[in-house]
Design a protein around this ligand. Structure first.
Ligand code: SF4
Length: 323
């Protein structure tokens, strides 16, 4: 069953400091941390919306370090949300937090309130990259937190950033492999972008940091996304679809689709004869737009590889990507 989230943004709530790349107010478009009474209104609106699916919608606290919020406030959020779950309006709670914000005690508290999924901001598994990004935790913290979450029977999600200071294509793949070894059920992949007001922005202005170009971001992300797909890890989100106030970096309204086209091409290549060749390829209708690519640019890609391809929709053909 497809799951949905009612996202409740709590920008920077609980964050012990500011990571060099992060501005949750820009990313979420929310300036204030909502009070528990305020989130009641948000839940009410969601419940009363036609088509609301109580059995597959989680209340999701995003944009901060949920488990590091002062305990009284955290419990107020959990109690407010749990009342709606107990009334049958939602299927559970999902939170995002930092790896060093996880302990056995916190996990048993979260379980009492029907927290079903925890998304950890792992970002990278390289100690130097984490240090340079002012993360304040180590890769070992991520490993320990991931194990505890899985052992507690809570679904694990990991967020990864590509292209932070010190990152390379090889290091990013190593990070992805180390994250996959933690067996998350799902991941989010984002190329790092530059928001004004962050340390990263100062580094960018001093020309000490250059974010990935769109082309490089695709070149790094496609093999990682393929690897995670092979590892049976659900990709919840790939890239920022809009700038959200970012001034530099790889954001594009169709970034996720461009990555999927790159993944699709890698699968297709395994079935093609050596170039040159002119072929008509039947494609499952659900993948036709991925096969053609943005503005049909994928035909051009294949032409440069020595193939003259034509894609036709065919409901009987297999999908090349997992969904
Ligand atoms: S990356 Fe996470 S921990 Fe760091 S400032 Fe942003 S929300 Fe807080």
């Amino acid at each position: 069953m497809k799951h949905g989230n009612l996202a409740i943004f709590i920008p920077h709530a609980g964050c012990p400091h500011r990571c060099s790349f992060c501005d949750q107010r820009q990313i979420s478009g929310r300036q204030e941390v909502p009070a528990p009474e305020k989130i009641k209104e948000t839940m009410e609106r969601c419940v009363n919306r036609p088509g609301h699916r109580a059995d597959s919608t989680q209340i999701a606290f995003f944009g901060g370090s949920f488990t590091c919020i002062p305990r009284g406030q955290m419990i107020a959020y959990l109690e407010t949300a749990k009342a709606y779950i107990d009334a049958g309006h939602f299927s559970g709670i999902r939170i995002s937090t930092r790896p060093d914000g996880i302990s056995d005690e916190i996990l048993s508290l979260l379980q009492q309130y029907d927290v079903r999924a925890i998304e950890l901001g792992a970002q990278s598994m390289d100690a130097d990259i984490l240090r340079r990004s002012n993360r304040g935790h180590t890769p070992e913290d991520t490993v320990a937190a991931a194990r505890k979450i899985t052992e507690a029977g809570i679904e694990l999600g990991l967020q990864m950033l590509l292209g932070l200071p010190g990152d390379t294509k090889e290091k990013a793949m190593e990070s992805a492999q180390k994250m996959a070894a933690l067996h998350p059920a799902e991941m989010r992949l984002y190329p790092a972008v530059v928001f004004p007001g962050t340390d990263l922005y100062q580094q960018y202005l001093r020309r000490e940091y250059q974010p990935l170009t769109l082309e490089d971001a695709l070149d790094w992300t496609v093999p990682i996304a393929c690897f995670l797909e092979e590892s049976k890890i659900r990709l919840l989100k790939i890239g920022l679809h809009q700038a959200n106030g970012a001034v530099a970096g790889a954001f594009h309204p169709a970034f996720g689709e461009m990555v999927r086209t790159g993944m699709w091409n890698r699968h297709l290549k395994e079935h093609l004869p050596p170039p040159p060749a002119a072929l008509t390829i039947p494609v499952h209708p659900s993948e036709l737009s991925i096969a053609l690519g943005q503005k049909k640019k994928n035909l051009q890609f294949w032409a440069e590889e020595g193939y003259r391809l034509q894609f036709i929709a065919d409901p009987k053909s297999h999908r090349l990507l997992s969904r």
